[in-house]
Design a protein around this ligand. Sequence first.
Ligand code: GTP
Ligand code: MG
Length: 444
Amino acid sequence: MAATDLERFCNEEKRNLSLGGHVGFDSLPDQLVSKSVTQGFSFNILCVGETGIGKSTLMNTLFNTTFETEEASHYENAVRLRPRTYDLLESNVHLKLTIVDAVGFGDQINKDESYRPVVDYIDTQFENYLQEELKIRRSLFNYHDTRIHVCLYFITPTGHSLKSLDLVTMKKLDSKVNIIPIIAKADTISKSELHKFKIKIMSELVSNGVQIYQFPTDDEAVAEINSVMNAHLPFAVVGSTEEVKVGNKLVRARQYPWGVVQVENESHCDFVKLREMLIRVNMEDLREQTHTRHYELYRRCKLEEMGFKDTDPDSQPFSLQETYETKRKEFLGELQKKEEEMRQMFVNKVKETESELKEKERELHEKFEHLKRIHQEEKRKVEEKRRELEEEMNAFNRRKLAVETLQSQSLQATSQQPLKKDKDKKNFFSLPSACSITSGRHVN
Ligand code: GTP
Ligand code: MG
């Protein structure tokens, strides 16, 4: 059944009835209030502005307490988002207030990417909420919602125009958060300059297409005050936690040698207007806008990015189940393709390695054959040498034998001749003129 048919069917079925007496469902709003009060509220403020512009002082002044006094470092390499959560109680109403400071904003020489950490922080809070929503077991009831409900953008009171950093940052943030621009330290700018400055800022925001938060005028109870306040934007504020005696009253003010600037005096600054609009009149609208406009946009883009759609290409309703099935099929197809690619890659690698190994084996075989040939050659040479040596040895032995034979023959001959020798000797000594013996030397 198409959506329009269903609506028609429902309208036909709806009947108006009058009650016979008091039933009690008129207490539903009270039940809601009671439940909400028990549960408590959370409100998250993001303060973006240069270091020392008066962010902490304004927060302390707004909530009439002292959150922190330490000043931030001026030497940050990049903008850093620092959230701090406080539990506040006012007439039984619990408020979990988170103040997020953009520490180091505007302190870097290159400010091109200054907006990015701020945008990323806002997106991360949306993502955390979306993840909680997508869980099977959701616990949104006691989930600490950290989504930024309002961004107070602190403008330096130059009296001239917005800096490009302000315009770029606000432009990047306007689809993600409710921006309320405020002129900080408004006591440092004269009344006529402030008036011109406000007009200039608004015209610059409009000409650059920056969407700031507009106080809602659809609720009759607040429509009038909200439309008046919309015309006062950007609020020019002064912050101070110092109390000064004015008349016989102690008021929060900044005291100067020439006079006193009273924070809560509407003819001195717009602090009261800001507090009224931010806390007393539109806090719930800011929370609602965050959920229904900014978070919804984030959620839609994210789900579309993930492939979820409400309608198919023929503009027919597309169920989550169908989307899931389609995505699953796509994913499985991709997986199979990847698997096949990896398998092919593996086979190729194996083949490559195999051919490399074969080549190595062939090289080794060749090397082995070469070494074998060298070895055989060496062996042959050694064999030859051995043979030559053997021949030499044989020749030597033969010669030795011959010498020995000769020696033995000569010995034999010598042993048969002693008599003859003695005879000869005698003959020799008996011959006086044969020879003479010189200097005692014996001659054999
Ligand atoms: P960081 O956290 O260090 O970035 O500074 P911040 O933006 O929180 O500024 P902070 O509130 O610490 O104020 C810095 C100085 O400005 C202090 O000396 C304040 O007294 C002064 N200051 C704060 N608000 C105002 C204001 O409305 N007017 C004037 N004239 N001075 C202010
Ligand atoms: Mg501070």
